[in-house]
Design a protein around this ligand. Structure first.
Ligand code: PMP
Length: 415
C-alpha cells in the first residue's frame, strides 16, 4: 500500500471521530467526499481576505476575487486537459451541467424522429434530461444494456448508434456498480455517425486521470463535492465551436453583451453560460481540491483505490449469502461496490453497519432504471476514496460478518 497516502489522515479531521462508539469508517464517497483542511482553509482565506463580486468592480478586492475565480478555472482546465479556459464553465454541479447541455444544445438540435442513445446504468441526472428532451421533441430515446459481467454491451452500442443518432450520453463510471465505461470508444462511435458525445464524469474525475482531448468528448460534466471540493460547484467542459453555437442556459447579469429594450446580445464564452453571481468561493475551493489531488497525483489516487478493491472484492464475494453487482474483475472496477445480503433489506444492512461505525449508502442510488433492469429495488453500496485504507476494507468485512450473525441469531430467537 502506498504509505504516503496513509499519512493524509491528518488533513481530514472529520474522519477522526467515533460513531456509535466505533472509529468512523467513511465509505460513502460516491455520494460525497470529505474535504481536506486545505480546501476548508482556502474557503476561509477567500472569505477573510478577498471576498467581493467578480468581473464587476475595479476595486482591489474585486480584482483579487476575479483573479482567484479565474485561477480556479485554469486549474480545472489543466486538470482535465481542456484546450482553453473558455471551454470550462462553472455550474452548480454535474446535474446542472447535464441539464445545461440538454436544454440548450438539445433544444436547438433535436427534432422529431432523431435518436438519443444513453445507457441503462445512468444516474437520473444523465437520464431524465434526455428522456424529457426526447418526449418534448418527439425524438426516440434508446438504451445500451449490459453484459452478464455488468459492463456496457458495446456490440449493442454499435448497433444502436446510427446516422439517426444525434446525442450519445453515457457515464464514464457507474455510481452503482463501479463499472468504467469505454468513453473514448463511445465518443468515436458517436462521431462516426455525426452525433455528439456527452460524458458524465461525476464518478470518474475524482478517481482517475481524465483527459477530455484524448477522450475526444464533446461535453463532459462533473461535480466539485465528489472530488473534495465544496458543494454547489461543478464543471461543464464543452468544445468551443459547440458552446459558441448554443443558446444561453439562463438570462441575467454577467451573461450579456448588450441589452436593449427589446433584444439582447450575449457575452463571450464562458460568461454566456454563467448568468448571475456565481459560487465564487466554491470555485476557489474547487481549485484547492484540484491542487490537493495534483499534489498526490491522479495515478496514485487510482492505484490506491485499485489496491483496496483488489484486496476487498474477492473477500467480499467469498462471504456466504452476499451478491456483489457489477464487474467481478477488480481491474474493471472503480472504488464503488454495490452488494446485497441474502434475506436482508439493504437499509437494514446500512443501519447495522452504521452501528459498527461503518458508513455506507443503501437505496436505488438515483438509478431506478438500472435497479429495474437488474430485478432489484435497492442495494447497499460501499465507495472508497484516497483516505480509505485496507484496514477500512477489513472493518467493512468484519461489520458485514457481525451483521449477518446479528440477524441470523435474531431470526432464530424469534422463531
Ligand atoms: N452522475 C453520477 C454518475 C453521479 O454519481 C451523480 C451523483 N451521485 C450525479 C451524476 C449527480 O451529481 P450531483 O448530484 O453532484 O449533481
Amino acid at each position: 500500500m502506498d504509505s504516503t497516502l496513509n499519512k493524509i489522515d491528518q488533513d481530514f479531521p472529520i474522519l477522526d471521530q467515533e460513531v456509535n462508539d466505533e472509529h468512523l469508517v467513511y465509505l460513502d464517497n460516491a455520494a460525497t467526499a470529505q474535504r481536506p483542511n486545505q480546501v476548508v482553509n482556502a474557503l476561509t482565506h477567500f472569505y477573510q481576505t478577498d471576498n467581493a463580486n467578480v468581473h464587476r468592480g475595479v476595486h482591489t478586492l474585486a480584482e483579487r476575487a476575479t483573479a482567484d475565480y479565474e485561477a480556479a478555472r485554469r486549474k480545472v482546465q489543466a486538470f482535465i486537459n481542456a484546450p482553453e479556459p473558455e471551454e470550462v464553465i462553472f455550474t452548480k454541479g454535474c446535474t446542472d451541467g447535464l441539464n445545461l447541455v440538454a436544454s440548450t444544445y438539445g433544444e436547438a438540435n433535436i427534432k422529431a424522429g432523431d435518436e438519443i442513445v444513453i445507457s441503462i446504468m445512468e444516474h437520473h441526472s444523465n437520464l431524465i434530461p434526455w428522456q424529457q428532451l426526447a418526449l418534448k421533441k418527439h425524438a426516440t430515446l434508446k438504451y445500451i444494456h449490459l453484459t452478464d459481467d455488468g459492463e456496457l454491451d458495446m456490440e449493442e452500442a454499435a448497433r444502436l448508434i446510427t446516422d439517426k443518432t444525434k446525442i450519445v450520453a453515457v457515464a464514464h463510471a457507474s455510481n452503482v456498480m463501479g463499472t468504467v465505461n469505454p468513453v473514448k470508444q463511445l465518443a468515436a462511435l458517436a462521431h462516426q455517425h455525426g452525433a455528439v458525445f456527452v460524458g458524465d464524469g461525476a464518478q470518474s474525475v475524482p478517481h482517475m486521470k481524465v483527459d477530455v482531448q484524448d477522450l475526444d468528448v464533446d461535453f463532459y460534466a462533473f461535480s466539485g463535492h465528489k472530488m473534495m471540493g465544496p458543494t454547489g460547484i461543478g464543471i461543464l467542459y464543452g468544445k468551443r465551436e459547440l458552446l459558441e453555437a448554443m443558446p444561453p442556459y439562463q438570462y441575467g447579469g454577467e451573461m450579456i453583451g448588450f441589452v436593449h429594450q427589446f433584444e439582447s446580445t450575449w457575452a463571450e464564452l464562458p460568461y454566456k453560460f454563467e448568468a448571475g453571481t456565481q459560487n465564487i468561493a466554491g470555485a476557489v475551493g474547487l481549485g484547492a481540491a484540484v491542487d490537493y489531488l495534483n499534489n498526490i497525483g491522479m495515478d496514485r489516487v487510482q492505484a490506491h483505490e485499485k489496491e483496496i478493491v483488489n484486496y476487498l472484492l474477492p473477500k467480499l464475494e467469498a462471504l456466504d449469502g452476499i451478491t456483489v453487482y457489477g464487474p467481478q474483475e477488480p481491474a474493471k472496477h472503480t472504488g464503488v461496490i454495490a452488494f446485497n445480503l441474502e434475506n436482508l433489506h439493504p437499509h437494514d444492512v446500512a443501519t447495522a453497519l452504521d452501528m459498527e461505525g461503518v458508513a455506507v449508502r443503501a437505496g436505488h442510488h438515483c438509478a431506478q432504471p438500472l435497479m429495474e433492469y437488474l430485478g432489484l429495488t435497492a442495494t447497499a453500496r460501499a465507495s472508497f476514496y484516497l483516505y480509505n485504507t485496507l484496514a477500512d476494507a477489513d472493518r467493512l468485512l468484519e461489520a458485514l460478518q457481525a451483521t449477518k450473525e446479528f440477524f441470523n441469531h435474531g431470526s432464530r430467537e424469534t422463531k
